[in-house]
Design a protein around this ligand. Sequence first.
Ligand code: NAP
Length: 248
Amino acid sequence: MANRVVIVTGGSRGIGRAVALACAARGDQVLIGYASNSAAADDTCAAIAAAGGIASAVRCDLADERDVLALFKAADQLGPLGALVNNAGIVAPTSRLEQMSAQRLERMFAVNVIGSMLCAREAVRRMSTRHGGAGGVIVNISSVAAKLGSPNTYIDYAASKGAIDSFTIGLGHEVAAEGIRVVAVRPGLIDTDIHASGGDPDRARRLATHVPMQRVGTVTEIANAVVWLLSDQASYITSTIIDVSGGR
Ligand code: NAP
């Protein structure tokens, strides 16, 4: 499947960046979506190019359907879409439910759930054999928070990832006979900027002792699982969610 077009939302930083680099290293043509940090997106594209790969980036706020449509239109310019990695996601500051505003909840679900579902919709419209496509793979990035619920931290985020898990199972069954596999990875504590964006930069390292393996995970360890799921090595796997969490 060399040179297939792969979209990685949130591909500019953190886990998405590692996935983009790994896909490009395997010969995929990568289109990165990012929210606002164009310098990080440019840096990731440059790193891929320096390694001999092909990548471009488009600004795309997943909460805006017009941005999602523009992202997929940009992908259409590159060639037939082969895969989507629904990676972009947000957290919000640590809080109990009593303190959560409607705006916070709406934003959380708009980005993490609706944005991912809109991207998947666009991918299915292009990849499904029902629509003349050649099939493909959708990998959703969930979180072990979906199982833990994240009490006193961010149950809104955990619930949004629970929605991603249900969505993965349902869509996987819906398009299984149309050449598309839909799978998810549930990362545990991974050392990225997302914890700082929730106001707790040291969160992953502080909680490392709660992980059975006694350490945080790396973005490469998540990317390894994603790349395998994207590959033909995982050709009989769909509607499946894999924990990559050191046992957490
Ligand atoms: P990160 O380091 O904060 O990177 C987030 C990426 O998503 C960036 O590329 C960012 O773009 C993009 N993004 C943010 N808001 C967006 C929006 N509204 N629309 C489109 N793109 C947006 O995050 P990460 O830790 O790599 O997390 C990646 C995924 O893994 C998320 O779904 C997260 O929930 C999940 N996850 C992470 C952990 C962990 O411990 N890190 C654990 C479990 C699950 P800009 O650069 O422009 O801001």
